[in-house]
Design a binder for this molecule. Structure first.
Ligand SMILES: [Zn+2]
Ligand SMILES: [Zn+2]
Length: 345
């Protein structure tokens, strides 16, 4: 089968490798249908050191996907070949302290699809997952929407962790696919004042389309000044979805005393910093978000019931053979790209 390998900084290679095999009775062999390139995948493309850890090239990444069932193990009950599924990328052990506390996303022995050093990713024609990680698609959900349920699930987990008790003004710094999914979700929950930022003009426009009440490019405006002019008391919550120090600094300025900064974006460096005098004096709570915890089915339901429209977030489709162009388009946000995906026959 064909598989996309990251082989170095900004280097990909499509290789023919042997088909993965079902090794445990509850596993299922899947044929990839739509596989989205996530910001976290891009980190392994643009840098050989992510969060202080060297990237173990060559590796196959990719974890946002929909797939078709090809073969089922003897204990993979309830599934049969030909069925279409969305894939929960995280395999948790079920028995560690974190799993027993219901914190499956921080499982001590987590195995994540396409996380280098854990599981081979879905940027390949086939991959294997346990049956319990598969969610059957309803006839009204497309394969593209099913892939987009994964970034939406991150937004839902972050929204839940934020624990907003009212509809006070908030900001979303970084309007990529997860930021846009979050704006859609905030809007659905009745928030009327949603301030959004990004570097890209296309994403600023998209933030407005998703439901932001105000959006601007950080390249063109002093966004902190503009937002605080409109909300002089500051914001209840600031969702940081870019992972950049500049946005984290903005979040510290924008949040009101007693407010929260919700860190969703993944900073590339091992350390970032906060102006401690500001966050301490304001008693700011910083909430960290690790992927998501069992929100994929809830995300699929929102999509299925047309409560949230995510299809438009996928802007660019490529074949596996076009991996280099696909990764470059996504990382450099060429041609107004939001979500870039591999679409397989
Ligand atoms: Zn992701
Ligand atoms: Zn566990």
């Amino acid at each position: 089968m064909k598989a996309v390998f990251l082989i170095g900084v900004r280097k990909t290679e499509v290789k023919d490798i042997s088909l993965p095999e079902i090794k445990k009775p509850d596993e299922v062999l899947l044929k990839t249908k739509v596989a989205g390139i996530c910001g976290s995948d891009l980190h392994y493309f643009i840098s050989d050191n992510v969060g202080g850890e060297p990237v173990p090239y060559p590796c196959i990444v990719g974890h946002e996907c929909s797939a078709e069932i090809v073969e089922v193990g003897p204990e993979a009950k309830g599934f049969k070949p030909g069925e279409l599924v969305a894939v929960e990328p995280s395999i948790s052990c079920g028995i560690c302290d974190q799993c027993l506390a219901g914190r499956f996303n921080t499982c001590r022995r987590v195995q994540f699809l396409g996380h280098p050093g854990e599981l081979q990713g879905c940027f390949a024609e086939y991959f294997v997952m346990p049956a319990q990680n598969l969610l059957k698609l309803s006839s009204s959900t497309s394969l593209e929407e099913a892939m987009l349920a994964e970034p939406l699930s991150i937004a839902m987990h972050a929204f839940n962790l934020a624990g907003l008790e009212n509809t006070a003004p908030v900001a979303v710094l970084g309007s990529g696919p997860i930021g846009l999914s979050l704006i859609l979700l905030l809007k659905k929950h009745g928030l009327a004042s949603i301030f959004a930022t990004d570097r890209s003009e296309a994403r600023v426009k998209a933030a407005i389309r998703a439901g932001a009440s105000w959006a601007a490019s950080v390249e063109e405006e002093d966004v902190v000044k503009e937002i605080l002019t409109r909300q002089p008391l500051g914001l209840e919550a600031v969702f940081e979805v870019s992972g950049e120090q500049e946005a984290i600094d903005q979040a510290v300025e924008l949040v009101k005393p007693g407010g929260k900064i919700i860190q969703i974006g993944i900073p590339l460096p091992e350390r970032i910093s906060y102006r401690i005098s500001k966050i301490r004096r304001k008693e700011v709570t910083i909430v960290n978000v690790r992927r998501q915890n069992r929100y994929l089915d809830k995300a699929l339901r929102l999509i299925e019931q047309k409560e949230i429209e995510v299809g438009w977030l996928l802007t660019h489709r490529f074949k596996l053979d076009e991996a280099q162009t696909a990764f470059t388009t996504a990382s450099d946000r060429l041609d107004g790209a939001f979500k870039v995906a591999f679409v397989l026959d």
